[in-house]
Write a protein that binds this ligand. Structure first.
Ligand SMILES: O=C(O)CCC(=O)C(=O)O
Length: 289
């Protein structure tokens, strides 16, 4: 496919090229026993690198999430408005407002990240010991000026192990016209790709003609690997498209910094419980604190 209507042309990517640190990468197949997944869904996740779970949350749960996200979104929008060009990498007052790392200060969001539906998916797609890695709201502005370019989530910061889980929660309906997720099936299997820095954030090689659009209704979840190339087009509508993106890693995962020579350097552990709470321990859900 090509990116949705209004595509600026900036999101076509370049030839996919493996990242040098990904040499020898092997995808680990998803195995049961499962709490939410069927065997067919597990097979599809291994094959495609993503799954769509329609209507996971009720309208009431999404309304509560929306209310919890709004103050942070407003604050970041105000900050973006004051920047030269009103942009900061992938975020912009005229593109998408990106509000990260709110769990430490927002009890409602902390509880949401421990929601049994999400934690069960973590169990099935990661394993018995899982930690929150990152969470952020992405509010795509009405008639937004630029897309989110093709990237893998592991292209922003290198996490080891490379394959972790992104759960993209649609707070409002996400359509082709307002910037739903598009993903390239099967492109996760080679590990992390080389990304290049652009004014609109990181970009990897991807074949947009091989991609599929994943429109979903509010309350649905798109689950994808940190290795799945994905992008979102511009929002051509009059309404904000709202998503809350929650990422989970196996307990013990680390962020690897690049050394001056470009090789792997320092390793940062994710043991700050306020930002990276454990959500599953030995297969048992851990309550939000
Ligand atoms: O929600 C969006 O528009 C894109 C978000 C995304 O790709 C990401 O956070 O990695």
């Amino acid at each position: 496919m090509s990116l949705p209507t209004g595509d600026t042309g900036a999101a076509t990517g370049h030839e996919p090229e493996p990242h040098p640190w990904a040499a020898g990468f092997l995808w680990t197949p998803t195995t049961g026993p499962f709490r939410r997944l069927t065997a067919v869904q597990a097979e599809a996740f291994d094959r495609d690198g993503f799954l769509v779970f329609p209507d996971v949350f009720t309208a009431e749960e999404m309304a509560r999430l929306d209310t919890a996200l709004e103050p942070g979104n407003r604050l970041v929008l105000e900050l973006l408005e004051q920047l030269p060009g009103r942009r900061l990498s992938v975020a912009g007052a005229d593109t998408q407002v990106v509000t990260p790392n709110q769990v430490a200060t927002n009890e409602e969001l902390r509880r949401f990240c421990h929601h049994p539906a999400l934690v069960d998916l973590c169990h099935d797609l990661i394993g018995p010991d899982v930690r929150l890695y990152w969470e952020q709201a992405v509010y795509k502005q009405p008639h937004s000026a630029a897309p989110v370019l093709w990237h893998q989530d592991n292209g922003y910061a290198w996490v080891e192990p490379q394959a972790y889980l992104t759960l993209w929660v649609a707070v409002t309906d996400a359509t082709v016209l307002n910037g739903c997720i598009s993903a390239v099936p099967g492109a996760h299997l080679g590990g992390t790709l080389r990304h290049r820095h652009t004014d609109l954030g990181e970009e990897c090689g991807a074949d947009p003609d091989a991609s599929v659009d994943l429109p979903v209704s509010a309350g649905s979840v798109v689950a994808f690997s940190s290795l799945t190339p994905h992008a979102t087009g511009v929002n051509t509508t009059d309404e904000v498209r709202k998503a809350y993106i929650v990422q989970y890693v196996p307990d013990g995962a680390v962020v690897v910094e690049a050394a001056p020579d470009g090789g792997p350097g320092g390793r940062r552990t994710l043991d700050d419980e306020a930002l990276h709470p454990l959500v599953l321990s030995d297969g048992e859900p851990v309550a939000a604190r």
